[in-house]
Write a protein that binds this ligand. Structure first.
Ligand SMILES: [Zn+2]
Length: 478
């Protein structure tokens, strides 16, 4: 007898090098942990009378998705900052709204981001942002999900970036405040929520802080046995700053500092040459790739497949932020990542479905340092898992011979609403397609109200910034 017993399902365990498929599979959960994985006929006798038994016939059971790089605080500006030139994106499209987002708004946005993610099977959120302790307390812990969080450290104040083409003016006292907040977060929140919250460090990016502060954040992280999650080579804006300040490229600059190693999670890395991708792969850097977001913001395909081809060890998938084209839906994100990389390489064998599913689960967990705890369905791991219905018109047929088509169907055809059940740390978060830890209507209502407040305040700034998008508004095109 166990607390939860799921049987008769198509199990994708991620054990071994592939999907670790078990047809007619079953799994038992006691407390927070997976206690048995196997064939239904093997486990039925011991667990058939468990407290809650789920018949998963015609359903797939797989590890919950690990979103390795996300900013849920931006969820309320979905659809308001895209289709602009890359140089305009941060300062003319995002900033007019971002300026008016208060910590309260971020919490409303965070709940919406988690709701969207969890309903499409995301169980772990690799979030970096500000006031993450509050987001943990108000969103991640009560919603029942797992989160790997950091408070971002940078030296960027409200007046630091008057012009994207000129050197940013660093605010060193703000940098010190943020450094203190980052340490406080780790000391206060690491291990909270029954171990669901883990805290790491996040130097924002090489363009957003001095060399001294960048190295100090990394040192602090290493001293505490924590990873550093940093934006790297994220587009032309960063390239301009690094060239002006350090007369080189981001990768060469970071490598010259000895910064690039296996203690670093590097997000994006799309403003890179192929040789620079080899450098990050060779240094053992962990790569957080967000193809759907970066394609929309920068019009570039990040080098996810290339990183792996060049020997990169750990790579995970991130949704980044809702004004990117997946929202926080990793099922859509996997499809976008696979397609974009196939197109980048003009090679349809790149990132096959089985590999994409591993990247979104076990490899993502490895990337953020949680691979020993989550990411696969194995005895002794935490029970973070999802059940997907395979009996929707766009998912039928299910074939097991000569080829099992479940993984390709999930990666190329699913939309998110096939996710019926989500369990995190042994507790139900989604049950019968409904989030049972959050009041869905209330979350959407509060997020809408927050967005209404922000956009009312930001409207004049948005129009005055006169981005490509604002120009389209002025012409009455949308
Ligand atoms: Zn980011």
């Amino acid at each position: 007898m166990a607390d939860i017993y799921i049987k008769n399902g198509f199990l994708l365990t991620m054990r071994g090098e592939g999907l670790g498929t078990i047809e007619d599979g079953a799994l038992a959960v006691e407390g927070q942990d997976i206690v048995a994985v196997g064939k239904t006929h093997e486990l039925d006798k011991k667990y058939g009378n468990s407290k809650r038994v789920i018949d998963a016939k015609s359903k797939a059971i797989l590890p919950g998705f690990v979103d390795v790089h996300i900013h849920t605080g931006h969820t309320i500006i979905r659809g308001e900052a895209q289709d602009v030139p890359e140089i305009e994106w941060m300062l003319k499209a995002m900033a007019p709204f971002g300026k008016y987002i208060t910590p309260q708004h971020s919490i409303a946005a965070g709940a919406l981001g988690v709701l969207e993610g969890v309903k499409s099977g995301v169980t772990t959120y690799g979030e970096i942002g500000i006031n993450e302790g509050q987001v943990a307390e108000k969103v991640f812990i009560p919603s029942g999900v797992r989160a790997n969080i950091a408070d971002t450290v940078n030296e960027i104040g409200p007046n630091s970036r008057p012009d994207a083409n000129k050197l940013y003016i660093f605010d060193t006292s703000l940098g010190e405040q943020k450094m203190k907040a980052a340490i406080d977060l780790v000391e206060r929140w690491d291990g909270a929520g029954d171990g669901r919250i883990s805290c790491i460090f996040s130097p924002h990016g090489a363009d957003m802080m001095s060399k001294d502060l960048l190295l100090r954040v990394k040192e602090e992280a290493v001293k505490r046995g924590k990873l550093s999650h940093i934006h790297v080579a994220q587009g032309g804006r960063e390239a301009i700053q690094i060239k002006l300040r350090h007369h080189t490229t981001t990768i060469k600059y970071l490598d010259s500092l000895g910064f690039l190693d296996d203690k670093v999670i590097a997000a994006h890395c799309h403003q890179t040459t192929d040789d620079e991708v080899s450098i990050i792969a060779e240094r053992g850097v962990r790569y957080a790739s967000c193809p759907a977001s970066i394609a929309l913001i920068d019009g570039i395909v990040p080098p996810l497949a290339l990183f792996l081809q060049r020997g990169g060890r750990y790579a995970g998938l991130g949704s980044d932020q809702a004004p990117g084209s997946t929202g926080h839906n990793m099922l859509v994100g996997m499809k976008m990542a696979a397609l974009l990389n196939k197109v980048r390489h003009r090679d349809p064998t790149v990132l096959p479905a089985w590999q994409m599913l591993r990247i979104a689960t076990i490899e993502g967990a490895n990337t953020i340092g949680l691979g020993n705890k989550i990411g696969s369905l194995e005895k002794g791991k935490k029970a973070d898992l999802i059940i997907m219905d395979l009996k929707a018109p766009h998912m039928v047929p299910t074939i097991t011979r000569p080829v099992r088509n479940v993984a390709p169907n999930i990666v190329y055809y699913s939309r998110g609403d096939e996710v019926e059940t989500v369990i995190v740390n042994g507790r139900f978060v989604v049950d019968g397609r409904r989030c049972v830890t959050l009041d869905e209507k209330e979350v959407m209502k509060k997020a809408q109200a927050a967005a209404d407040e922000v956009t009312a305040r930001a409207a004049d700034d948005f129009m005055a910034a006169d981005s490509y998008l604002a120009k389209a508004v002025k012409r009455g095109l949308l």
